[in-house]
Design a protein around this ligand. Sequence first.
Ligand SMILES: *Cc1c(COP(=O)(O)O)cnc(C)c1O
Ligand SMILES: [Zn+2]
Length: 503
Amino acid sequence: MKPEDFPQEIKPFILPNHDGELIYRCLGCGKQYGIEKLLYTCPDCKQVLLIYDLKFESLKKIPGSIWRKIFDYRKMLTIPALKGIYLYHEFIGPMIPLDTVICLGEGHTPVVEANNFLQKKAGVRFYFKNDGQNPSASFKDRGMASALSYINCLVRKGYVSDVLAICASTGDTSASAALYASFIQPDVKSAVILPHKKVTPQQLAQPLGSGAAVFEIPGVFDDCMKVVEALSENYNVALLNSKNAWRILGQESYSYEIAQAFEYDMENRVVVVPIGNAGNITAVMNGFLKFYETGIIASLPKILGVQSEHANPVYRYYLEPDAAKRKFEPVIVKPSVAQAAMIGNPVSMPRVIHLVDVYNRMSGKQNVFFVEVTEQSIMDWELLANRNGHIACTHGGESLAGLVEARRQRIVGENDIAIVDSTAHAIKFSGFQEKYFEKSLPAEFKISSNPELVNAPVYIQPERLAKVPAPGKPLQGDDFDQFVEQTSKEIAKRLSLKKVPKA
Ligand SMILES: *Cc1c(COP(=O)(O)O)cnc(C)c1O
Ligand SMILES: [Zn+2]
């Protein structure tokens, strides 16, 4: 649809024209800084930052009912820059000109309702939101589209040149960073730092394929993060971890899409997210808050953060009911199948503490909850979900296991409807499925394989056959007919197939 064909009342807004005034605000001392420079922490007190729009108030002049129409109609536009997360341009990056937006097809991921069997099993009505259907197969693309569009904007304005973008990663951040950086090379090049043997082969293949410089170091993610922080403090590089507040802005699109997918009705909704470095849950809360403040949604959904027992610092922090007595302690992580969330000292913890407080206050009740789950339940729920039509990764399994646990604890009520974040695609983490099926997961995971969920290929080679085909050596004539007949017979036998009577 062309902009001139839209209804009169939204015509003036269909193309974004809000000239927001974005600033970094320190969550420690409250100081504000301009965005012409890429900052990660407060130059004064070293705390993390969030980006605010000083002209946010002016967005409230447009009624919520009009905003809802703007976003719904905007979906019909064919302008590439508005096809991804910047559909919500006014809320994500109002000062980024559309011609510097980088859109590789991120966002607008499917929301898929679970079948009756799975909903009964879980004891609650729920949908998966398949963020594994993003370009690099994880939700990280939302944040990278934002961060790299911003960097691209700085490059085009001549503020920076020859940018080296770096990140530490549990696998998905580097895949996404390398992908988006490769689109604007040679102005931006990327380097990624990974914990040796702690990312899956698929995740390692991704930045290699995108042409990034890939470094593996000993240790776990938290060690990589320290190295990257040292690099960003001492050298001229652009840090792409979620410490970078531009990542958070882009990831807020996840909440906007959920609002839109449910016709902006957030009553009785529960949004379930796994927590690692805590950037995602930060973005999810902030996104819903912005839509709530502008009247686009009339209530705030319940937020449920889920962690594995093997990497649970956020859960542990909130175990203490008295806010004044809470004290954050990093944990030493143990191996987790939710490997991308295996983080003991989340960078965004100060953001979480701040936003949980605001979110509960704005909700007029406790509306953010945290649960922990076992490694066993993560694997079992992932595999069960995928046997019922889903493509959940281990973190999707973690989210679902957390929802079930929250239902058991009555945090989630019987009339609630949950939207469960499957943060990546199942195939990125298929190595864990393989090890579960082969019963070869190391003991430290504390996972035993449920025989009902195990699956394995069956190799069929009829014993009586002397000749079988091989690559480059096809069979012919009688040998081939024999092979087809015997093999199909054998498969039919294993599947207990009944023969069709010949007419
Ligand atoms: C990064 C990641 C997480 C954790 O998200 P945070 O923002 O670090 O809390 C969860 N699942 C997957 C698949 C990820 O890539
Ligand atoms: Zn500060």
